[in-house]
Ligand binder design. Structure first.
Ligand code: MG
Ligand code: MG
Length: 264
């Protein structure tokens, strides 16, 4: 069942999305060499609750923590733990919050210190593919137009597009219909209308698209052990131009400050 949101509902989702965006920036600040992934989880949990919201992933279908922390060859759903981040790692943080009955969902892949330029390119291209998908989130288009746009952008780079996990509707539930795959055919799938709120979230692998689930029942990893990137925005389908409710601007501000500090 697909829910088209009222402006009042969208306002509620917007507030949750702003908080989730700030939470990602807070987590990013401490994603540094020598920090354990469980410390990122603790910071996220504290920040979200301090802002009178709930971490949406905590206990979701039994997930044990407040955020998903997926390092290097982990694609998504990594469980925070005792792993110490090290220079050259990439770490995908997926965060959801619930505030006043509405959910916001966003993900960002952070770099830990200096990383290999090839991996840096994977991150840039994945983030760009998200924007290509978002451009299609316009009234009258179909869900397949989003997947087609992501796929068309990624294919020339030779990366693997994860097919086993997809984007989704967001609102009063963390995951709603429709499914929003990162592959597809133009003009196919559900028709999108004004007020549909969806999470678009390409998961792009340096190598094969194939993934597997770890014995912990959650962590999804690439089959070939190569790194994977994940960027996600919550978006409202609108007439003419889509509206992005989450933002990476808080993260980018922090990153700019760090660069200035390094130059001084
Ligand atoms: Mg997410
Ligand atoms: Mg999502």
């Amino acid at each position: 069942m697909i829910f088209f949101k009222t402006e009042e509902e969208i306002e509620g989702i917007r507030i949750s999305c702003d908080l989730v965006s700030k939470a990602l920036a807070e987590i990013g600040k401490i994603a540094l060499p020598g920090v354990r992934t469980i410390e990122l989880d603790a910071r996220a949990d504290e920040f979200i609750r301090d802002n009178h919201a709930f971490p949406a992933f905590k206990n979701y279908r039994g997930f044990p923590n407040s955020i998903c922390v997926s390092v290097n060859d982990m694609v998504v759903h990594g469980i925070p733990g005792d792993y110490f981040l090290k220079e050259g790692d990439i770490v995908s943080i997926d965060c959801g919050v619930k505030l006043n009955d509405f959910f916001g969902d966003s993900a960002y892949t952070f770099t830990v210190g200096e990383i290999n330029p090839e991996i840096s390119k994977l991150l840039t291209v994945t983030k760009e593919s998200l924007l290509k998908g978002i451009e299609m989130a316009v009234s009258g288009n179909r869900v397949g137009d989003i997947g087609f746009a992501v796929q068309s952008y990624i294919l020339p780079f030779g990366y693997g597009i994860v097919r086993d996990l997809v984007g989704h509707g967001v609102g009063r539930n963390l995951h709603e219909d429709p499914e929003v795959p990162n592959y597809g055919n133009r003009g196919k799938g559900n028709k999108m209308g004004d007020g549909l709120v969806i999470a678009i979230e390409p998961m792009i692998n340096m190598g094969t698209k194939d993934v597997f689930r770890e014995k912990d029942g959650w962590t999804i990893k690439t089959k070939d052990g190569k790194p994977s990137a994940h960027f996600e925005h919550t978006v409202v389908v609108r007439k003419g131009t889509p509206e992005i409710l989450t933002t990476f601007s808080y993260i980018e501000k922090t990153e700019a400050l760090v660069e200035v500090a390094q130059m001084v």
